[in-house]
Ligand binder design. Structure first.
Ligand SMILES: [Mg+2]
Length: 227
């Protein structure tokens, strides 16, 4: 019997394009203004110091180019985190969640299941997104959050660790994700799995050995296996 639903975010509860088309352009647009308003902030000073160590020149120009090149550099990630935090808190930025995901997660929770999140975005970023969605603060739905600190999402061992942490054997956990490798890893660890392939974002994979759906409306954790 399923007691826990463990869900991915990007491509599963939330649109893939949200990060690419909303979050990244937002940090680029706000960069110069944010730096000029926070130049005395010790956190921002330390970040700019790190930027200078990596590359000389006008930090606004350097950082803008890094955003365009989607560089995975710590000072850039930290600065983007601060810019997004300010955007969420001011209400200018809204985290995206699909309505079907919200409705079904809420229904499952009311019926006694516990909902956990497992995403490669940091736990801090996950909480920011879900506390400022277009449907409001929905963090009350979740019993806990995991990020890659628990392990890589394509490694079955990560799912065994999560099962230990939440105190439910893998067979009592239903994992939802758009990524086929994550689905395989969770299944290998013994979890029940369903791949979510959103229309316009992901394709249904032919001969995929696990169930696939287009939205959360097609998922019934209480009758898992009889979809
Ligand atoms: Mg995903």
């Amino acid at each position: 019997m399923i007691r826990i639903v463990l869900t991915d975010i990007e491509g599963t509860t939330s649109s893939l394009s949200f990060v690419k088309d909303v979050l990244f352009p937002y940090s680029k647009k706000k960069l110069a203004d944010f730096l000029s308003r926070h130049k005395e902030d010790p956190k921002v000073k330390a970040i700019l110091e790190e930027v200078r160590k990596i590359e000389e020149g006008d930090p606004v120009e350097v950082l803008t180019r890094w955003i365009e090149e989607d560089r995975k550099i710590t000072p850039l990630k930290e600065l983007q985190g601060l810019i997004w935090e300010e955007g969420y808190k001011s209400g200018e930025l809204k985290g995206h969640i699909y309505e079907d995901a919200y409705e079904k997660l809420k229904e499952w929770k009311e019926k006694g299941l516990k909902i956990y999140v497992y995403s490669s975005g940091s736990v801090k970023a996950q909480k920011l997104l879900f506390s400022h969605t277009q449907l409001g603060d929905i963090t009350h739905l979740f019993s806990g959050y995991f990020d890659t600190k628990i392990g890589n999402k394509k490694d079955p061992e990560s799912y065994r660790r999560i099962s230990e942490k939440v105190g439910v054997p893998p067979g009592g956990i239903l994992f939802l994700s758009d990524n086929p490798d994550e689905i395989k890893a969770a299944a290998e660890a013994g979890m029940k799995v369903i791949r979510v392939a959103r229309e316009g974002e992901n394709e249904i994979i032919e001969r995929f050995p696990y169930p696939q759906v287009r939205s959360f409306y097609e998922i019934d954790p209480f009758r898992h296996g009889r979809l």
